[in-house]
Design a protein around this ligand. Structure first.
Ligand code: FE2
Length: 300
């Protein structure tokens, strides 16, 4: 088990609520990505601290020595969630079963219940891309992905939590993006990672209504939220950089969104251009204040 009862009761006193069952942590709170260049600061942080840390398994699996020790130090202090980078669930290529089994062993070794990935693909043939490519919103793609999700979930013995991604090129669509996501979630029984900043970025770049899009999603299946910053590079283009502070309109969309949902963990996703820790702590506080005020269960 990840926590001793002392730590469990301490966290419950602090308002961080979770129930611990085998591979089924129900938790909420505000988390921070665990990055190597802020690893020591994160582990030693006092005052305003995240409720959990998110790691990319690919960056830590098989790591020995110094970085393995740092990950254990982090896991001793914080609950951990995992957000994968290279599952490539939408790829036309066969799933990499050996990779998925290694991910499972890693998740089990740190008792990580929440494993999320991207509803996109990054691999085709010999090409391994750093970008997340959009999947055509088509019925045959839904079928293909649903079958693959079931295989992944069977191996992992956990629900897969899939994230709505930002995209910049039009895709061959037979249905709306929201219908596409809904079909996949309903047919595969996977869960949804709602990235509110990605919704904002896509709504701006593709001229649709962000709230209408969120309302069309299977909100009862949202298990996790990402919040991040972006960069507006021209009058009609925003790039999802994760390298800037969250802007007010994204906070406003987040505030409205949490009013539609029951509490789930929220992750401050800052990957690049990392500021001083005090700036990240301010963002954690702002997210915490919004959720404390607006979770649906608080007003029901
Ligand atoms: Fe995200």
């Amino acid at each position: 088990m990840l926590f001793e009862s002392r730590l469990l009761s301490e966290r419950m006193r602090n308002g961080f609520c979770f129930l611990h069952q085998t591979h089924s942590i129900i938790m909420h709170g505000i988390g921070l990505g665990f990055r190597r260049n802020i690893a020591d600061e994160t582990i030693q942080l006092s005052g305003i601290t995240p409720d959990f840390l998110e790691i990319a398994p690919e960056n830590w699996m098989g790591m020995g020595g110094y970085w393995k020790k740092k990950l254990h130090e982090a896991a001793d202090k914080y609950p951990i969630t995992a957000h994968g980078l290279s599952l490539s669930i939408g790829s036309p290529d066969p799933l990499n079963i050996e990779f998925i089994q290694r991910v499972k062993a890693f998740l089990n070794s740190f008792d990580i219940a929440l494993y999320s990935e991207h509803l996109s693909y990054s691999q085709s043939g010999n090409a391994h891309l750093y970008d997340l490519l959009p999947i055509p919103f088509r019925e045959d793609a839904v079928k293909h992905i649903v079958e693959r999700i079931k295989v992944v979930q069977d191996i992992l013995e956990r629900p897969l939590i899939l994230e709505n991604v930002s995209y910049y090129t039009p895709v061959a669509a037979e249905m709306s993006e929201a219908e596409f996501i809904r079909s996949i979630v309903e047919e595969s029984k996977c869960q949804l990672l709602l990235d509110v900043n990605n919704v904002y970025v896509n709504a701006f770049n593709h001229s649709y209504n962000a709230k209408a899009f969120i309302n069309a999603l299977p909100l009862e299946k949202v298990a996790y939220i990402h919040m991040a910053g972006h960069e507006k590079v021209s009058d009609d283009l925003i790039i999802d950089t994760h390298g800037q502070p969250i802007i007010d309109p994204v906070y406003e969309l987040f505030e409205w969104t949490v009013g539609q949902l029951h509490p789930v963990p929220v992750l401050l996703e800052r990957d690049f251009n990392l500021p001083k820790m005090i700036e990240l702590q301010k963002e954690l506080s702002q997210l915490r204040e919004i959720t404390a005020k607006n979770w649906r269960s608080n007003v029901a």
